[in-house]
Design a protein around this ligand. Sequence first.
Ligand code: NAD
Ligand code: UDP
Length: 310
Amino acid sequence: MERVLITGGAGFLGSHLCDRLVTAGHDVVCVDNFFTGSKRNVLHLIGKPNFELIRHDVTLPLYVEVDRIYNLACPASPVHYQHDPVQTTKISVHGAINMLGLAKRVGARILQASTSEVYGDPEVHPQPEGYLGRVNPIGIRSCYDEGKRCAETLFFDYWRQYDVDIKVVRLFNTYGPRMHPNDGRVVSNFIVQALSNQPITLYGDGSQTRSFCYVDDLLDGMMRMMDTPKGVTGPINLGNPGEFSMLELAEKVLALTGSKSRIEFRPLPLDDPRRRQPDITLAKEHLKWSPTVNLEDGLKETIAYFKTIL
Ligand code: NAD
Ligand code: UDP
């Protein structure tokens, strides 16, 4: 059994990861400053002997003794990461430096939750890991995109310079139960709007695409990556290659909820990527992983969750 630190452990992905690792019997330390996450997400774990919750901001150093670190702390929704963009870059960059420094000191293996945003608005489709991306360095998404790119740089420099045992996964859009109702990302927005009979806010003409991975699939891939031998560093894409336009997504959510909400078109945010789809050849080869939950089934689970909390 390992001592595992999860930063951002009270967030959407982090809390599911806490569940999995606690259930597997690991000693889990969940660190979060509750910016976008919530104690409610891990309330059911509090009191278990192999779970510990620490309020801490990863831009400050942390001293704990662990064997493995999943570095997930960072707001993931454009609405939230653009709220305080300077802090967003600090979270990615200072957070990576602090967690890599910790990994170096205690000899821990460390996994970085990077993102498909490192590809920016891509000219290559689908996106393989070798594609270097087309990211605007000065736009409103740059605090997140460039912060995550710099974090990847730090991971690879700690590996080359200090032999730290790193793993980098690039996550594509992931959804599921425990997304915050005010998270601002498209799946939670559409479901909350449909269930409360408010207009569905579709940005642009709705032809932009995303590929949505269900949380359970994503965590399978992430945990498999963590278990690979030292030297398997990635970066490796994790996501579901099924690609849908936002209009298709809106129509699916309306059909599955039986909602009478109408679609309301709003301006497309600046630098909103046109298309996104992961090339998961490497994940299939190195992790023997590919997603199994299709969009409709994943949406049904997510809708059922939002019905319980709204
Ligand atoms: P989330 O916003 O639900 O979780 C992020 C967590 O980090 C929250 O609990 C938040 O309170 C915490 N946090 C933020 N700043 C912190 C700080 N300074 N110190 C400590 N904790 C802090 O988002 P999520 O979807 O669970 O994303 C988790 C990670 O995965 C993020 O790093 C995100 O960039 C990455 N990612 C997610 C997706 C996705 O679609 N869900 C896609 C690509 C990458
Ligand atoms: N989007 C939308 N309506 C919303 C929220 C998002 O049409 O209420 C669009 C957004 O413009 C983008 C896509 O959905 O094209 C995915 O947005 P999200 O914020 O979920 O993730 P990201 O852009 O980071 O992939």
